[in-house]
Design a binder for this molecule. Structure first.
Ligand SMILES: Cc1cc2nc3c(=O)[nH]c(=O)nc-3n(C[C@H](O)[C@H](O)[C@H](O)COP(=O)(O)O)c2cc1C
Length: 208
């Protein structure tokens, strides 16, 4: 049933009548098809933060999506985390080129609970867990020093579970605005915005 809906959107483009009123559900619909097209990269998203009025972007991976927002995991001492502490407003961008689709999401970042970070950390491969201890993300370093630190932490935790470092965890972006972009013939692309308002999501078309 959902596939039919997607076919309709792909062939006929986006229209107010075939958009799902809840943007999270519309995101999930498109994400599902992006995963089918490119399972390895579908969850890669550009995260833009702001420092001293200057934007800064990098790719992070979407790890969880729930009713409140979009979660990624990172180093809480990294450049991005310092920027987030200074300015909680941020933007996410997904681009699925095979599907000719882009989704922009803007909102506010919050840290996820320690329990949620612990649970996710446990699921990571051991070498990623060691990496979280060994890499002082965004700081000046040398390859030699990084490898030395990996060896040190590998020895420290040998034969034990690797605990989550306090400086590593998740952020959740709680959206206030979504934009769904569907490529169309003749550059007359479809763009729909969902703006969060007191009464719910206000949906409207904007020009390409
Ligand atoms: C495909 C891809 C996925 C990435 N996923 C993450 C991620 O989930 N979390 C993370 O902290 N960095 C991730 N990175 C690295 C970031 O792009 C970035 O280099 C790092 O987070 C440091 O950014 P910062 O110095 O602005 O804090 C990823 C990079 C790529 C290319």
């Amino acid at each position: 049933m959902e596939a039919k809906r997607l076919d309709y959107q792909k062939n006929e483009g986006l229209d107010i009548t075939n958009l799902i009123p809840d943007p999270f559900e519309q995101f999930k619909l498109w994400f599902g098809f992006a995963v089918q097209t490119d399972a390895h990269n579908a969850n890669a998203m550009a995260l833009s933060t702001v420092h001293n009025n200057r934007p800064s972007s990098r790719i992070v991976l979407l790890k969880e999506l729930d009713a409140t927002g979009f979660t990624f995991y990172t180093n809480y001492s990294s450049a991005k985390s310092k920027q987030i502490a200074e300015n909680k407003y941020a933007a996410l961008l997904f681009f699925w080129k095979e599907n000719e689709r882009q989704i922009r999401i803007e909102g506010v970042l919050e840290k996820v609970s320690e329990t949620a970070s612990n649970e996710y950390f446990k699921t990571r491969p051991r070498e990623s867990q060691i990496g979280a201890w060994a890499s002082p993300q965004s700081e000046t370093t040398s390859r030699e020093d990084l490898e030395k630190r990996v060896a040190e932490f590998s020895a420290k935790f040998e034969g034990k579970d690797v605990p989550r470092p306090q400086h590593w965890g998740g952020f959740r972006l709680v959206p206030e605005k979504f934009e769904f972009w569907q490529g169309r013939a003749g550059r007359l692309h479809d763009r729909f915005v969902y703006n969060k308002e007191n009464t719910g999501w206000n949906i409207f078309r904007i020009a390409p």
